[in-house]
Design a protein around this ligand. Sequence first.
Ligand SMILES: [Zn+2]
Length: 364
Amino acid sequence: MSLKYKVLAKDGNARLGVLETAHGEVRTPAFMPVGTAATVKAMFPEDIKATGADIILGNTYHLMLRGAAERIHKFGGLRKFMNWHGPILTDSGGFQVLSLTKLRKITEEGVTFRSHLDGTKYELTPERSMEIQYFLGSNVTMILDECPPYPISYMKAKKSMELSLRWAERSKAAFIKREGHGIFGIVQGSVFEDLRAKSAQTLVDMDFDGYALGGVAIGEMQELMFQTLEFTVPLLPQEKPRYLMGIGKPKDIVGSVMRGVDMFDCVLPSRSGRNGQAFVRGGTINIKNAKYSEDTKPLDDKCECYTCKNYSRAYLYHLVRCKEILGAMLVTMHNLTYYQDLMQALRKAIEEKRLSSFESQGFI
Ligand SMILES: [Zn+2]
């Protein structure tokens, strides 16, 4: 048995569920903090767990450079290496490699590229991506796909989607099956309904453990993204988890959960945290703003994180203005807690069948 997913309750198209892995359960809808280079920046692993996160994401691209993946494998995998004991999802490396537009070349075989760090040449094929994700000990492996830019012509989107399907087949064949570990397919096809349908149907026939929606969040407006979800999600099997990659803002997450998405990841809460932007109930605040310099309140008085229990906005203003490391740590910790509190509130709302009024409940 690879990965097991159970839908526990439904409210409209939204699902409350649990994904069982060899290293623990993931409650869905789930938000995965991004641990790019074997660390969720500015966070101790114990503190990531304390925010309520069940699973984190690791980036294949960053971990394949300079032989890191091989070293991590010798060390017993990413979990042991970085002292995170829960489940891990890794991306395929494709998205980052393909965004190195001037440094890469795509062929039927895979992608060759030069590292953004030192110009060293690498090759990423479906087989190599599977090998690296195996070395990292990933519970959820992602297939290597080609993620085209947006907007894109119909013909280019078709060609790219077909290449991704061939890579999907090779990824699945190269994936090493282990108990409590699985592999997700990625639906492509840009905003074209028939291409998405063909991609989804072919991947469903290949029988993956879950399905991601790729190329949805790249330069599209929220409305277009939601439309794409509305015609793609119903093509996916009910009993498998659905993952929207790289999303997003709290309102995007809520709208996507309502459309049947179960898993999310995004650098937004951690990256914003390092820049002094905090997500709080009802919106965001920029703690660098002078109006917070004498504000004795916590970032969010309904939040129970370590930051909000112990520090004022005035202190955070001071730390962030002075570019102190602790400022980045405290705001990141709060933001990741806010995101997990949001997911918990969504799970509760689905269970109690009151998701349709979620936007008016003051969280976002
Ligand atoms: Zn807080």
